[in-house]
Design a protein. Structure first.
Length: 357
């Protein structure tokens, strides 16, 4: 059964439709990540689930009960924001106790819940401090602790890692994944960062302009993007896109000709290709193989340590990025030969949809 169910949810601010007839089921215990560019409506959607924003139309159900008509405090949801929103005049302990005291939780139980959360998050020594006496990472833990003590049905996180430095961000990612294993509540995490989505999600919901582009596990989204938008949004470096100048069939599969005259034998059935349609070929850097094939010239070399990204131009000028080992000997201006692995290549139609069998 779906724990959280969004049914035809829409929202407009004035003339602008921010969420457009969005439906989604999130199973119990899932770590779902809403991923999309800034402004696509992620926060608005989360705020409607939490009750901080009214739905325009549609319904939201949690654990079998309709919640969009309930007061925020009755929904069994805890939300953690990018800006930690701790009460500055209260200690860490008081911040964590505040919500529980408001609903009449007995003091001994409050103490026990705070102690449990503090142990889980390793913030036991911080309980007597005020928020100003904490680092950004510590404040974020306290904000998470304040959510945990509520023992919500669902946790909502709105870009909670954005204010942390890179090292702390990757540590906190791992801690959140561990937290999810321990508390097994449904979690919804909103981010524009595809690395956060790939690393933490059990399922990613890719959003664009108030709509869902695709829902899938991280590897489904990575390997079988449903649209060109998803293909370009997930993965670093971004997928290569090349215009297709012609398509022929061979053994039932589409062979795409590129502007430099080279051909890529894809595994897309030729039957999926509409005659005369303008197609785009998509291929990730790791599926462009150096050694032989189409002539190209090295333009920029990016050393990442464990791998090297090479930006090259094909003979017609098309730009392609591909992978080399970290210690590859290569210089700018050098001639190389590249083969696109057709089995891993995607074809996108003029409507942006991937062609599949
Ligand atoms: N209270 C508001 N009034 C008017 N427009 C808003 C309001 N809140 C958000 N928006 C607009 O709605 C769109 C989606 O915003 P938001 O949900 O914050 O996106 P995201 O979290 O994905 O960056 C944006 O264009 C934003 O400017
Ligand atoms: Mg936002």
């Amino acid at each position: 059964m779906a724990e959280l169910s969004l049914r035809n949810v829409s929202k407009r601010f004035g003339a602008v439709e921010v969420i457009r007839d969005l439906s989604l089921d999130i199973p119990s215990g899932e770590f779902a990540v809403f991923l999309g560019p800034s402004g696509c409506g992620k926060s608005t959607l989360l705020r409607m689930i939490a009750g901080l924003e009214a739905v325009g139309s549609g319904e939201i159900h949690l654990g079998g009960a309709r919640i969009d008509t309930m007061a925020p405090g009755d929904r069994g949801i805890a939300m953690v924001f990018q800006h930690y929103a701790l009460y500055p005049h209260m200690t860490v302990r008081e911040n964590m106790a505040f919500g529980l005291r408001n609903i009449g939780t007995p003091p001994a139980e409050i103490e026990r819940k705070i102690a449990d959360a503090a142990e889980m998050l390793e913030i036991g020594e911080l309980l007597a401090r005020k928020p100003t006496q904490l680092s950004g990472g510590q404040r974020q833990r306290v904000a998470i602790g304040r959510a945990i003590v509520k023992q919500p049905r669902a946790f909502l996180f709105d870009e909670p890692l954005s204010n942390l430095d890179a090292a702390l961000r990757s540590r906190t990612r791992i801690e959140l994944a561990r937290l999810h294993q321990r508390v097994s509540s449904t979690m919804i995490f909103v981010t524009h960062d595809q690395v956060e989505a790939m690393t933490m999600a059990t399922r990613i919901v890719v959003m664009n302009q108030g709509r869902i582009e695709q829902v899938g596990t991280p590897m489904e989204i990575y390997q079988r993007p449903r649209t060109r938008f998803v293909a370009g949004f997930i993965g670093a470096p971004a997928m290569n896109f090349l215009p297709v100048t012609g398509v022929t069939g061979r053994g039932g599969m589409a062979v795409a000709r590129l502007p430099d005259g080279s051909e890529v034998a894809t595994e897309v059935p030729i039957g999926a290709v509409k005659a005369g349609a303008t197609l785009t070929l998509g291929v990730r850097a790791e599926h462009v193989l150096p050694g032989n094939g189409a002539a190209a010239k090295v333009d920029v070399i990016e050393r990442l340590g464990e791998r090297t990204l090479v930006y090259a131009n094909l003979s017609d000028g098309s730009a392609v990025v591909y992978d080399e080992p970290g210690d590859v000997q290569l210089s700018v201006g050098e001639s190389v030969a590249l083969t696109i692995d057709g089995a891993a290549a995607h074809l996108f139609g003029p409507d942006g949809l991937a062609l599949h069998g």
